[in-house]
Ligand binder design. Structure first.
Ligand SMILES: Cc1ncc(C[n+]2csc(CCOP(=O)(O)OP(=O)(O)O)c2C)c(N)n1
Ligand SMILES: [Mg+2]
Length: 546
């Protein structure tokens, strides 16, 4: 006799209709019906060692595949552990759906095990957050979550799943699956008239800049922006770093911004990353055009910019870019000057010539470290570079290039990079996935090397080990003086490489520059998750000015 259909079966069938085959999960009483139902389906559960890591993996997977990532965790603290990681997905504008088990409906208000107002907790970190109301409507919950996560400004969505709804038997014939359209994003387009008005303003400007949001930092987003750049003949810059205009991967961008006479925000929020658009970051005479899907952000930008705002329009980044491309092609082709494009490209590509590149003995300069790391990324055509913060991350982002780049993003939280790398490797099994992080950052999710080992994911982790939380130590040096620097040291000789070996991976410990190329080569060819623990000279993050 076949099994009866349960709410859990309906939910997973809806996930599969949405195109999902991969779920990043951590088990718990309230989600065991879903674990059970997954067994009968063509689904893989990557089971992780911490709920926040599951969410970061779903985000890394989503960004590396340009699809919706899914994390599944249990109720109560399982859910609470997960939601901190939503900060990063929210700020990077990544479509992630967090599904959390939840106390059964029939016990709510009675002091049920792990009963918690989960949807309320996740609400400020998501585009939408709710608790499923019936077993029959679970497929609609999934369709709605997919639609919201990808519409306009993409971002995370949460649905709590009372466990009795997952267990409840249902008559599948009586439940129509949601139509395909119910899963699809809604896109606020820019009207052709507004697109032409924007082109006219851009045509009159001498040094215009179009600034794109983190959502378009994926491979698909970058391809769309390449089209936009070509159609307009204008510089288009994506801003996705918590360092904002001082993002070292944008070279001397801050100088360009100060020189611009028209800035178009293509659904890029006006916020701290642009120093709120105030002079002298942006010239007092610079004019602004603001496009955003969110009326509250349009209003916030209008308040900040005042009379310098010449046009604002409600549209999403993708819809607006598409309309601008169409309008430019219908008109007379590119409107920008080749000179201005060349100036901006050179400014963004600029790096000081005096950064050391030799692999000297003793703790390495970060620039020398990454000179030796770039060939690993060049080794395969579709490689993925992952990095989060700390000073080491800024050096890595200034220097390393790959077809896919995942940084921690505007949230500025350290820790996601190791789970990001795992998610990206699941999405792109044939790519070299290389993650750079500090010794402090590695500690957040080092247990996930076990997850990488269990699933045969040969990520390469390069740790710049300076024996401290250097970013914060540097703040102490600058703000309080060396004699008041405390509470930010770690042990420079901690053998993080041995952690990798203990968890089924490969470890290398590099204390002399000459050992680095060999260690990197062995790490890549080990075919295992590998940690290359490199003693470095902890430097302040680069500040790039010409
Ligand atoms: C979740 C979170 N906790 C704390 C911080 C503050 N923080 C930013 S960078 C940093 C130090 C990182 O140390 P490490 O990874 O060793 O890199 P380093 O700066 O030493 O190169 C800290 C504590 C943060 N950004 N995010
Ligand atoms: Mg450090």
């Amino acid at each position: 006799m076949g099994r009866a259909t349960r709410g859990a079966d309906l939910l997973l069938d809806a996930l599969m209709r949405a195109g999902t085959r991969t779920i990043f999960a951590l088990s718990g009483n309230h989600v065991m019906p879903l674990f059970d139902a997954a067994l009968d389906r063509d689904l893989i559960l990557i089971h992780t060692r911490h709920e926040a890591a599951a969410v970061h993996m779903a985000e890394g997977w989503a960004r590396a595949s340009d699809r919706v990532g899914v994390a599944l965790v249990t109720a109560g603290q399982g859910h609470a552990n997960a939601i901190g990681a939503l900060c990063t997905a929210q700020a990077s504008e990544t479509p992630v759906v967090l599904l959390s088990g939840h106390a059964p409906q029939r016990e709510l208000g009675l002091g049920s095990f792990q009963e918690l107002r989960q949807a309320d907790l996740a609400a400020p970190l998501t585009k939408a957050s709710w608790t499923a109301a019936s077993a029959a409507s679970l497929p609609d919950d999934i369709a709605r979550a997919w639609r919201i996560a990808r519409s306009d400004r993409p971002g995370p969505v949460h649905v709590s799943l009372p466990t009795d709804l997952l267990e409840q038997e249902v008559a599948p014939a009586s439940i129509a699956p949601p139509p395909e359209k119910a899963f699809q994003p809604e896109r606020l387009a820019l009207s052709a008239d507004t697109a032409r008005d924007i082109l006219a303003a851009l045509g009159e400007a001498r040094r215009p800049l179009v600034i794109a949001p983190p959502a378009l930092a994926t491979a698909r987003g970058a391809a769309l922006l390449d089209e936009l750049r070509a159609a307009l003949g204008l510089p288009v810059v994506t801003m996705e770093s918590p360092r904002g205009i001082a993002d070292p991967s944008l070279g001397a961008f801050a100088e360009l911004l100060a020189d611009a006479d028209l800035i178009v925000l293509l659904a890029k929020p006006l916020d701290f990353t642009l120093r709120f658009g105030r002079p002298p970051t942006v010239a007092a005479a610079c004019r602004w055009i603001v496009i955003d899907p969110d009326p509250a952000l349009l209003e916030r930008a209008a308040r900040g910019i005042g009379a310098r705002l010449i046009l604002s329009a409600q549209a999403g980044a993708t819809g607006a870019a598409t309309a601008l491309i169409a309008a430019a092609r219908e008109d007379n082709g590119p409107i920008g000057s080749a000179d201005w494009c060349a100036v901006t490209a050179a400014s963004i590509a600029y790096r000081p010539a005096d950064w050391p590149s030799d692999l000297a003995d003793g703790p390495l300069h970060p620039a020398a470290l990454f000179g030796a790391v770039q060939p690993v990324l060049d080794g395969r055509p579709d490689s993925v570079f992952v990095s989060d913060g700390g000073e080491i991350g800024q050096w890595a982002q200034a220097l390393l290039r790959a077809p896919h780049r995942l940084i921690n993003g505007v949230a500025g939280a350290i820790g996601p990079s190791l789970p990001f790398a795992i998610g990206a490797q699941v999405a792109r099994p044939d790519s070299t996935v290389l993650a750079v992080m500090g010794d402090g950052t590695f500690g957040f999710h080092m247990a996930e090397l076990d997850t990488a080992s269990r699933y045969g994911l040969p990520i390469v982790v390069v740790i710049g080990n300076d024996g401290r939380w250097n970013a914060e130590y540097q703040i102490q040096l600058r703000s309080y003086g060396v004699d008041r620097a405390h509470g930010c040291t770690l042990r420079p000789d901690t053998r993080y490489d041995l952690v990798a070996a203990a968890l089924g991976g490969h470890g290398e410990w590099v204390t002399r520059g000459a050992e680095l190329p060999g260690a990197l080569a062995r790490a890549v060819s080990s075919g295992k998750p590998a940690v290359v623990n490199v003693a470095i000279d902890g430097r302040p993050a680069p500040v790039i000015r010409r």
